[in-house]
Design a protein around this ligand. Sequence first.
Ligand code: SIN
Length: 533
Amino acid sequence: MNKGVRPGPFNVLVLGSGVAGLSAAVRLAGPGTGVLTKGVLSQSATRWAQGGVAAVLGGDEDSTDLHLADTLAAGAGLCDEEAVRILVDEGPGRVHELITLGVEFDREATGMLSLAREGGHSRPRVVHAGGAATGAEVERALVDATYRTAGAVLEGWFALDLMIEDGRCVGVSALPSDGCVVEVRADHVVLATGGAGQMYSVTTNPHESTGDGVAMALRAGVPTADVEFVQFHPTALHHPAMPRPLLSEALRGHGALLRDRDGERFVDELAPRDVVSRAMAARMSEQGMAHLWLDATGLERFEQRFPTIAASLTSIGLNPETDWLPIAPAAHHLSGGVVTDLWGATALPGLWAVGEVACTGVHGANRLASNSLLEGMVFGARLAERITSADHGPERTGALRVVLGDAPIDGIACTAVPGRPLSWPGPAPVGVAPDVPKLRDSLQRAMTDGAGVVRTETSLGRARAVVADVAACMGDRTASVAAGELGNLLQVADALLVSARTRTESRGAHSRRDHPDTVPSWRRRLVHGGGEG
Ligand code: SIN
């Protein structure tokens, strides 16, 4: 539905319709706010999020200090502690607001919220909805509220590039589904376009997760960092379906076990995700296996607790009460993105970023499970508050501090990545119509082979050669939405590969076989588009 299409000018234009963007949009409700999305409003990655929201909501033995400590430990030395403090302190209030908005989280028979444990969490503190349908439930409530309150909802509009005038972002150029490129002007543009899991052939992310916001920022030279840290989810179902069906970490939280080819356990199932995915990759390679097993046969009331997972397993003939489930790691979450201050402002005045597209510093080198819906809710609300205030920043806080030239904070420095963003050599070779789906497939396979759970200089170099080849063949990236998405995937993949080759150590979700140690002097963010220190 295009509600009263009016392509601006807006006061605020939100790009994207996941939890982060809509958390901001509902707070900025009114005629001056537009939401622009390439699909329909309910078609975001949020709707696929099984895993819940981590927040300290009860439980005598839990505290925000513990949630903070768990997040910092998972982030492997690259979290911005101030940003994490905000996340854990403001999170519980945001969950209660969602409940007021009508989100129904799972409860015990006593009426208390059910709290699950997931990897890297020292206490049970993750709330879910419908067992493993949390994202869909949160998205439902936010989508309803946005349709009711936004000034305009532009559905089927693909944002191509940022418009910048006199050092300020003043809108975007965009491709509506039924026309040619138009300018959509706004005083404030909010990137809330999500992640880029579609760089990979094996991912839990939907077809739309093509890194559009990160790519726009890279092309415009807006500082973007930590893009080498792609988190792989250990327990995606090994099945041809794309995106890969996820077997939520909550299953391991309730006691499901990981088993190798011989039925042996080989890792602490509740270690942080990077640790579990690496242990799986190593065991799969030793045993010559394309997958391992998740044994959930000991879980009680599987179907009642996890109805959506049970239904998807049944549809492919698996019974979790009796069958071990084939699983393998799949690309799941981009921990880095467009660098922001503690209010979501980027280094470019007028441009904001929130959710997976952003690098607030809360995830560091490896996101703690179920901290991402939380991040969207907390920083979406902060960003809305800041936009409605008189002072828009950007300020020297959070991950942006060091990028803007301040001395290292808490030991985290930053380094500008050498080189320029990927650019397109020109039109496709004469007489060759680019086969965009095929080119996308080549890119995805190259990234899975070369920039997966474990990387080497050689594997990364191979993937970069494919990126260059695909860019040379694809022609005009503004010709269609499919070409635009491929262009964005290439842009982000290239930045990822450059960073991953530059970071000659292993840290968090970035694991180099040829540089297996974590090196203290690499406690720094790699920044594209600026930053020195
Ligand atoms: C899951 O349920 O395992 C996914 C949760 C997340 O990615 O945080």
